[in-house]
Write a protein that binds this ligand. Structure first.
Ligand code: BTN
Length: 258
């Protein structure tokens, strides 16, 4: 039997409080979705920066209306909500993925726009949402990370798990590793945008120089990302920029349906 590691909420709070004075940390045993809860709070006018962790989500959400499934203990599911008003929002979700990957392991790749990949399998996903009320914008960044191997759940390819790379990691220690750097990355993004991160993203870009197809029917060679975070696609009709977070991209060799 594996003894659960306690959540290191106080340590996280001590790291983050100097950066965000009204910061709070909450760990709940069960929620529908940490993103849904923080979006409800933002819409009801609660703007203080909050880290919300759920040990179990009953209605976890992924990008493009998909379901996000996770097993308690085998995965980390959290969302971070904070007020933000960058001059340009483009590339925000790429900045989040980059921060997580850099905090966790040099071998973690990024699949545009923001999936964490290891050896061509999905290790984690990110759902970025924003609520605007009375001229204020609140961003909610949701992160789901596979910590221990989990069942394929009908997927063609087994997901990757963080313990393949870091056998010592648990959901609480992974959370401690990522939160403070993620908040610094969000504050830096608000100030400087995505452009300063372009080269670091490129170093982990798993699609670069691969033939890909998009969910809106385009195909071509992935050339990398531009300074605004758009995917540069070499097609028969020339170089196209793919911007939308509502488009998913697959390399031709990869057949899973996450
Ligand atoms: C994706 O890859 O499609 C994004 C997955 C995001 C999942 C996380 S788990 C914590 C947060 N709450 C949710 O309902 N979704 C995000």
């Amino acid at each position: 039997m594996i003894t659960p590691t306690p959540w290191l909420a106080e340590t996280i709070w001590e790291q983050v409080y100097p950066l965000l004075p009204e910061f709070t940390v909450e760990v709940l045993p069960e929620l529908d979705s940490t993103n849904s809860e923080l979006m409800r709070r933002a819409r009801s006018g609660q703007h203080s920066p909050t880290l919300l962790v759920a040990e179990r989500q009953t209605a976890g959400r992924g990008r493009m209306g998909r379901v996000w499934q996770s097993q308690p203990g085998d995965s980390l599911t959290f969302s971070l909500s904070l007020p933000m008003s960058p001059a340009d929002w483009s590339g925000l979700s790429l900045a989040v993925g980059l921060s997580l990957a850099e905090s966790l392991h040099p071998d973690i790749g990024l699949k545009w726009p923001n999936d964490l990949w290891f050896q061509d399998r999905k290790l984690g996903g990110i759902l970025v949402e924003a609520a605007s009320m009375g001229g204020r914008s609140q961003v909610v960044v949701g992160v789901g990370l596979n910590i221990r191997p989990r069942p394929a759940d009908g997927l063609n390819t087994l997901p990757a798990a963080l313990t393949e790379l870091r056998p010592d990691m648990t959901a609480p220690t992974a959370l401690l590793s990522v939160v403070s750097p993620l908040i610094r990355a969000l504050l830096a993004f608000e100030r400087d945008g995505f452009a300063p991160l372009q080269r670091r993203f490129e170093a982990r870009d798993v699609l670069k120089d691969r033939r890909v197809h998009t969910s809106d029917g385009q195909q071509g060679l992935a050339l990398g990302v531009g300074p605004g975070g758009a995917l540069q696609l070499q097609t028969d009709a020339g170089v196209r920029e793919v911007h939308s977070a509502e488009i998913s991209v697959r390399p031709f060799t990869e057949e899973s349906s996450t």
